[in-house]
Write a protein that binds this ligand. Structure first.
Ligand code: ADP
Ligand code: MG
Length: 314
């Protein structure tokens, strides 16, 4: 089986004709008026692939909305409207009550209004399409990182991946970390405020859904540049670092944090905004001319593993 990226590339990757930006970014962009684009994106959650059977329906509802919000934020866009398509094996009022509560609570947090969808019978599948808009001056394309840009990341990485390992009983962690990481996995909270504040100073962005290294690579390939990342600056929980589980932060998926790049000359402006608003944003590296991803720890090069992929290669 090919990877999901090879499938898209081979069978679906058509050039945009009417859209400003089609396939290949976190959302498509369509002309709205002279100053603004519509941003539109869709994401699907499948039982046993993206969530375990018996996942708390409230959290599932929250996550279905949150992962879509994350893609719009990564374009610099403000989320506005959503469509919800859902296939259900059976009608279970208790489940639906909790699911819809989570879905709407997340929608309220990010100002998203549900305006339509589809409901069918079938294996549990949840698909949300999200629509928002973005001032043309603020768009954050994967393809717009520039040589010399600082690379920034919101929040902390690796918690969701740790949560998954704990649920799978592959890792044992102290109870506070356990609670925090399972919550990060099941109830992601994209950092809208940070992106709102700093997007006027940024060039490129992507959200971290597949894993930091894997998603940073999408920026590098689209922008035809490389990067140098300093492991000590990659934001992660102290326990993850202390127990040498940095790979969770580098390769683990489902963080729904955002990677942004911004010109070096914007650094002091961004740092002032962070201090003033008490925002959690870390500068983790620089964009380079050499088209390679270089990771180092105190001047020592660290060999990269392959990022997480949804489909097995053969
Ligand atoms: P993300 O992780 O940000 O949701 P993906 O990695 O899923 O993005 O997809 C990469 C790009 O490919 C996106 O622009 C997405 O819209 C597009 N894409 C994914 N699947 C298909 C498909 N079946 N047909 C057309 N475009 C697709
Ligand atoms: Mg994305």
């Amino acid at each position: 089986m090919k990877t999901e990226f090879e499938i898209i590339e081979k069978f679906f990757n058509k050039k945009a004709i009417k859209a400003h930006k089609g396939i290949g970014d976190d959302a498509a962009l369509i002309e709205k008026d002279g100053k603004t684009f519509w941003a539109i994106s869709t994401d699907m959650l499948n039982e046993k692939v993206h969530f375990m059977p018996n996942t708390d329906p409230y959290k599932l509802g929250w996550k279905a909305m949150a992962v879509n919000v994350s893609d719009l934020l990564a374009m610099g866009a403000s989320p506005m409207f959503a469509l919800l398509s859902i296939a259900l094996p059976k009608s279970n009022s208790d489940w639906l009550k909790k699911f819809s509560k989570g879905f709407f609570e997340c929608g309220k947090k990010y100002n998203v209004e549900l305006i339509g969808g589809d409901t069918t019978k079938g294996p549990l599948t949840i698909n949300v399409t999200i629509l928002g808009d973005v001032n043309k001056k603020n768009i954050l394309l994967r393809s717009n990182a520039k040589i010399g840009d600082d690379i920034w990341v919101t929040g902390e990485l690796g918690l969701a991946a740790l949560g998954l390992k704990i649920i799978q009983k592959k890792i044992n962690a102290p109870s506070t970390i356990t609670k925090k990481s399972i919550n990060a996995l099941e109830k992601p909270k994209p950092n809208m405020l940070i992106i709102e504040k700093i997007k006027p100073f940024c060039n490129a962005a992507i959200d971290v859904s597949d894993g930091f290294i894997s998603d940073l690579n999408h920026i590098l390939i689209a922008s035809k540049v490389g990067a140098h990342i300093f492991l000590k600056d990659v934001p992660m929980n102290k326990w993850i670092r202390k127990t040498e589980k940095e790979d969770l932060a580098l390769y683990g998926g489902d963080d729904y944090q955002t990677i942004l790049t911004a010109p070096k000359k914007m650094r002091s402006k961004i740092e002032k905004l962070l201090q003033k608003n008490n925002l959690e944003l870390s500068r983790v590296g620089i964009i380079t001319k050499d088209k390679k991803l270089h990771l180092s720890n105190n001047d020592k090069t660290i060999k990269l593993k392959k990022g997480y992929i949804h489909f097995e290669k053969n």
